[in-house]
Design a protein around this ligand. Structure first.
Ligand code: ATP
Length: 255
């Protein structure tokens, strides 16, 4: 199976604190991959070094065959890596559709923001951008709310909109940072369905999530971090049975 993302011995320090300590893992094309670990174990830091927010202090990161460690966020996005954030980052005064259109940025000469300014050569692209954005909204079930201002849709839908915006970039890999945070059980179930539909479209998903049921249900493989180190990688069943995981991640209680 093709490796889409590979980390080899990646280290990131903040002053005297080693947030990532020689972390290695790979994400295979087409899988839903989970990353879990206790608070402060380095999950967000790992996402940040992969997406170019932080420059790693050591190690190698390869995405779709390209070395990306230390490259700018924009350059990594151009290679086909999209992400969502723990805290929702939407343009609340813009419509749902306009927010999704911003995700098309990677795919257009002009970028959706420029499209809204209305330059002539941009307008020719606009119909295609709207179509792509509507398509992404349909995948997450938000197409009928396209004209609503983002601030008016429920919280769970705002999280789905972030995913639609990432999807509109037609990424190869989508990184989701706690996508179910703040969602109620029915929203979480719906999110799990949407992630399934995203994978059906050929997008690989790599997610951090504290909702264990969701992680165990949708991920084919899971990596567990503790104090910046990878302590286990395996199927949900393997990880749940791993003594180190039970001890380190859960302080001795069952997963
Ligand atoms: N920009 C930063 N400057 C200094 N320390 C940082 C920075 N970012 C993260 N850290 C520290 O690095 C460690 C790992 O943090 P990180 O946010 O990656 O953990 P996490 O597993 O995502 O935690 P959580 O589950 O609480 O989101 C923590 O000790 C954190 O305080």
């Amino acid at each position: 199976m093709t490796m889409l993302l590979e980390l080899e011995g990646v280290t990131k320090r903040f002053g005297g604190l080693t947030a990532l300590d020689g972390a290695s893992l790979d994400v295979r094309q087409g899988e839903v991959r989970g990353l879990i670990g206790p608070n402060g174990s380095g999950k967000s830091t790992l996402f940040h070094v992969v997406t170019g927010v932080h420059r790693p202090d050591g190690g190698r990161i390869t995405f779709d065959g390209h070395p990306i460690a230390g490259r700018p966020t924009e350059a990594i996005a151009q290679l086909g890596l999209a992400r969502t954030f723990q805290d929702i980052q939407l343009f609340y005064d813009m419509t749902v559709l306009e927010n999704a259109m911003i995700g098309c940025h990677r795919l257009t000469r002009a970028g959706a923001l420029a499209a809204m300014v209305g330059r002539r050569w941009v307008r020719a692209e606009e119909a295609a951008i709207v179509e792509r954005a509507m398509d992404a909204l349909a995948v997450v079930g938000l197409a009928d709310q396209a004209r609503e201002p983002a601030r008016r849709i429920p919280y769970g839908h705002q999280r789905l909109l972030e995913i639609a915006r990432a999807l509109a970039a037609e990424p190869k890999l989508m990184i989701l940072d706690e996508p179910a945070a703040g969602m109620n059980p029915s929203e979480t179930r719906s999110l799990m369905d949407q992630i399934g539909r995203i994978v059906d479209r050929g997008v690989t998903v790599f997610l951090v999530e504290h909702n264990m049921k969701m992680v165990m249900d949708i991920c084919q493989r899971i990596t567990v971090l503790n104090y910046g180190r990878v302590i286990a990688t395996g199927t949900p069943t393997e990880v749940q049975a791993d003594a180190q995981v039970i001890e380190a991640y859960l302080g001795g209680t069952a997963v």
